[in-house]
Design a protein around this ligand. Structure first.
Ligand code: G3P
Length: 196
């Protein structure tokens, strides 16, 4: 059952809510606008606050759902971890969109809120503080994913949770490579709202 659960999780992760919602709201492909990323931050730039909040929520819920699926179909922690990872991979490289998706942060929040709630909460507080202070969502995202393994190790979760958090951090850093270059060059976009 673990294989089926992982496959279904990948498919759930592949549902790109930013793509769907921006397509419904404006009839355009979000990947052609703003940063070109299929995610909540870019939805904020392209469409505005309400749709962005909805995308963030739904992308997070699909991560939670994938972990739940691992629990229901298999029940082992390994299945829950692999299903969560599969949803993040699906979000980043969605089969329905030619494997060009998002950066996986909202989905990672959903996955890790279920798997390692305390670690996600503490890493999330640091991430939110950094976004408020700098208005760089990408920096906050990176602080979140780097903070996860640190907090997981510090709190003392079993090693599979630490290992998956390292993989998730690596995936996120790879997906944020353009943001990292822009942050270093001082050209990264700051958080802005279309409604403002
Ligand atoms: O979660 C995505 C965020 O970290 C960066 O998005 O659109 O600014 O590249 P974006």
């Amino acid at each position: 059952m673990i294989g089926l659960a992982v496959l279904l999780s990948y498919l759930i992760g592949s549902i790109s809510f930013s793509y769907v919602i921006v397509r419904l709201a404006r009839g355009i492909d979000i990947r052609q606008y703003g940063s070109g990323n299929a995610g909540a931050t870019n939805t904020l730039r392209v469409v505005g606050k309400g749709p962005a909040a909805l995308v963030f929520l739904l992308d997070g819920v699909k991560g939670m759902l994938a972990v739940g699926l691992g629990y229901w179909l298999d029940g082992s922690p390994a299945a829950m971890i692999l299903c969560g990872l599969a949803a993040i991979v699906g979000h980043n490289w969605p089969i329905f969109l030619g494997f060009r998706g998002g950066k996986g942060i909202a989905t990672t929040i959903g996955v890790m809120a279920v798997l390692t709630f305390q670690a996600a909460l503490i890493a999330g507080i640091f991430a939110i503080a950094s976004i408020i202070l700098t208005r760089y969502v990408s920096l906050g995202s990176l602080i979140f994913v780097v903070g996860l393994p640190i907090m997981i190790g510090w709190i003392g979760y079993p090693s599979p949770y630490f290992s998956v958090s390292l993989v998730i951090a690596l995936l996120a850093v790879i997906r944020h490579s353009r943001n990292i270059r822009a942050l270093l060059a001082g050209t990264e976009r700051r958080l802005e709202s279309k409604d403002r």
